[in-house]
Design a protein around this ligand. Structure first.
Ligand code: NDP
Length: 252
């Protein structure tokens, strides 16, 4: 593929993320608490998470391996972090969640598979076919170091918040409680906040357009989802803490 074609496709992909924001603000993606019976075809929630998320590292590695990448230390670290994140999201996270008997619409699984295929393509194709190799000295670049710090902090916040949310249920329960303490004192969705920080950090480490597009898509998906969660909490619990924001402490 010509580099111009790849770049045009990528810019179109980033514009699509922005165009979908109003749609996502108007309608919360129908999974978890926002799932509806009107979405007829549904599958087991845990299996759904495994199927849709495993596609991301597979797609990334497929495109990298079909190309001619120069696997210097920075690229090994970046692809390793991606793989580690998705090992957690596609295997560990689905095994930990307490959603027994819950389902997820097949349409959600298919659209996430589609996203992960395309996102893996853009990033894998870039590294496998287009990008000049990172020099080993990139590891000492301030952008790489600051991005790595942001990635680690974001991943820690995301993981800790997911762990606290999962622990709100006893095994076998499927209802909802008000999360309390730690970052939940300030925002309803620290897991989504952490995930956005994580991929912004990754984009800084990678310093390329495909990684930036991933960070944009993450924010475009998760800011509307956090706002929908926040509205849902306030409607559901009369005693929901009024000072708590949705996703950015004190702001939003
Ligand atoms: P949620 O916060 O909606 O749910 C996380 C888990 O905790 C679910 O099992 C949920 O159960 C349970 N849970 C949440 N709140 C409560 C509560 N108040 N009481 C009891 N149980 C609760 O996260 P998402 O499902 O939106 O996302 C899961 C993970 O995937 C997050 O880490 C998120 O950042 C990530 N993600 C990343 C995306 C990206 O674009 N990079 C896109 C989407 C998600 P239930 O499912 O029954 O509601």
């Amino acid at each position: 593929m010509k580099i111009e074609t790849f770049q045009n496709l990528l810019v179109g992909w980033m514009i699509l993320a922005l165009l979908l924001v109003p749609v996502q603000l108007g309608m919360a993606a129908p999974y978890g608490r926002h799932n509806r019976r009107s979405w007829r075809l549904q599958i087991n929630n845990r299996i759904g998470w495994m199927l849709m998320e495993i596609v991301s590292p597979l797609s990334l590695w497929y495109w990298i391996c079909r190309g001619n990448p120069v696997m210097t230390a920075p690229l090994a670290l970046l692809t390793g972090l991606w793989t580690l994140h998705y090992f957690n999201r596609s295997i560990v996270f689905p095994l930990r969640i307490r959603t027994r008997g819950k389902q997820i619409p097949l349409a959600v699984v298919c659209s996430a598979v589609g996203f992960n295929l395309v996102n893996g393509f853009f990033n894998g194709y870039w590294w496998g076919w287009v990008a000049p190799p990172y020099p080993a000295s990139w590891l000492g670049d301030p952008r790489f170091i600051a991005g790595a710090l942001l990635f680690v902090v974001g991943a820690w916040i995301n993981h800790r918040a997911d762990t606290m949310l999962i622990a709100l249920r006893n095994p076998g329960e499927t209802g909802y409680r008000i999360p309390q303490g730690w970052l939940f004192r300030y925002i309803s969705c620290p897991n989504h906040f952490g995930e956005i920080l994580e991929w912004c950090g990754f984009a800084m480490m990678a310093w390329n357009l495909p990684a930036l597009s991933f960070a944009m898509w993450t924010a475009a998906n998760l800011v509307p989802r956090a706002l929908a969660h926040h509205r849902w909490y306030r409607a559901r619990f009369a005693n929901y803490p009024p000072e708590r924001k949705a996703i950015i402490p004190r702001l939003m």
